[in-house]
Design a binder for this molecule. Structure first.
Ligand code: WQD
Length: 338
């Protein structure tokens, strides 16, 4: 089976491509390297000993996407490509709505024209907003996003739902990631954010390796045991396996459905810092900062639906996530920049 992976050289995309290859799928990647690096292709080859068919383009170049579908008999698409920085989206809403929504609409139109109607969409727990119930199940109503990035995920889920209502031949799975962290066991691929990391884990890792001075903890006055924000961190390898399980499910499940991909456990910022200190073997300096606008206090998943319907459950705990992140950071102090 031939799977087109948009954004396949990105953090989650690259780990998923390796899992797809290991499960016997033929993978085609399209990426524009907006938030990734061509070096990832070399690393995937090192890990899998396979050369992936790759096209450097993006979904806003609809003609180039049409050519790819013309050249390849694609069976399904896993769609990662999209801008994903929460803070950046607040300052660049037009770019985020155009890139994420127009890009997805282009992709779906080309898929429709080629009668390819199997799609896995990279969504996010951010669609729940400040969730009405914790742990969060898929039945929890979608909330109010707190930033344009979150709204693009929220709106695209609605657009894909409407597409399935209009044309029941579509099979779509929405995968709502909680907080992906960690790296491949080889340390050859991992998270390599552009510039100063927005997310907690890469920021901690760069403090641990000495690139940054101290972790700013965004608020310690939340209604949580230690006052800091709680999130459901999930190993990127577990996330990759979840995508392969979803591909298998997609082909025998008509319509659209959503699955939470998390661990069902929440960890606070201070707990994550402590876990990373265990992984790297030394203290990590931090300082308490004011809360970050848009943050919720607590967010973690109930993943029973994925366990039952996808036969999927996260296998790795926070210690292994931190150890694998640290292994990647030590082996790649400057990420993919050689
Ligand atoms: C985690 C916790 C912060 C940085 C977002 C998106 C989600 C997904 C992951 C894309 C919070 C605290 C963070 C720092 C801190 N993105 N924090 N100091 O905001 O839960 O989720 O990123 O796919 O869709 O919504 O992740 O890692 O930014 O924050 O104290 O320097 O760490 O307040 O409690 P978040 P995060």
């Amino acid at each position: 089976m031939k799977i087109l992976v948009t954004g396949g050289t990105g953090y989650i995309g690259s780990h998923t491509c390796i899992e797809l290859i290991n499960n016997g799928y033929e993978v085609i990647i399209i990426d524009n390297f907006y938030n990734s690096n061509i070096e990832v292709l070399n690393r995937i080859k090192k890990i899998t000993n396979k050369t992936i068919t790759f096209y450097q383009t993006d979904l806003l170049n609809k003609e180039s996407i049409e050519k790819i579908f013309y050249q390849h008999n694609i069976n399904a698409v896993i769609h990662f490509a999209g801008y994903k920085a929460v803070g950046e989206s607040v300052h660049k809403p037009l770019e985020y709505y155009h890139n994420n929504i127009t890009g997805t609409l282009n992709l779906c139109d080309v898929m429709r024209k080629n009668d390819v109607k199997n799609l896995i969409f990279s969504s996010s727990a951010t669609v729940y907003g400040d969730a009405a119930q914790i742990p969060i199940t898929e039945k929890c109503p979608k909330g109010t996003a707190t930033n344009p990035y979150g709204w693009t995920k929220w709106m695209l889920e609605q657009m894909l739902t409407d597409l399935c209502t209009a044309d029941p031949d579509w099979n779509i799975i929405l995968l709502r990631y909680f907080n992906p962290i960690g790296a491949h066991k080889s340390g050859l691929i991992g998270e390599d954010p552009n510039g100063i990391p927005n997310n907690l884990l890469p920021y901690i890792a760069q403090v641990a390796i000495g690139k940054l001075k101290s972790v700013g903890v965004f608020g310690n006055d939340y209604n949580t045991p230690d006052g800091t924000g709680i999130r459901d961190y999930i190993h990127v390898l577990d996330l990759a396996v979840g995508h392969v399980k979803a591909i298998k499910k997609l082909l025998d499940q008509p319509g659209i459905t959503a699955y939470n991909l998390g661990t069902g456990r929440g960890y606070s910022v201070l707990q994550v810092i402590a876990a990373f200190e265990n992984a790297c073997g030394h203290k990590i300096p931090y300082n308490i900062q004011p809360r970050r606008t848009g943050d919720v206090a607590v967010c973690y998943a109930n993943c029973d639906k994925a366990k039952v319907e996808l036969n999927w459950e996260a296998q790795f705990g926070i210690d292994e996530m931190c150890a694998d992140s640290w292994n990647w950071q030590v082996k790649n102090p400057n990420g993919y920049t050689l």
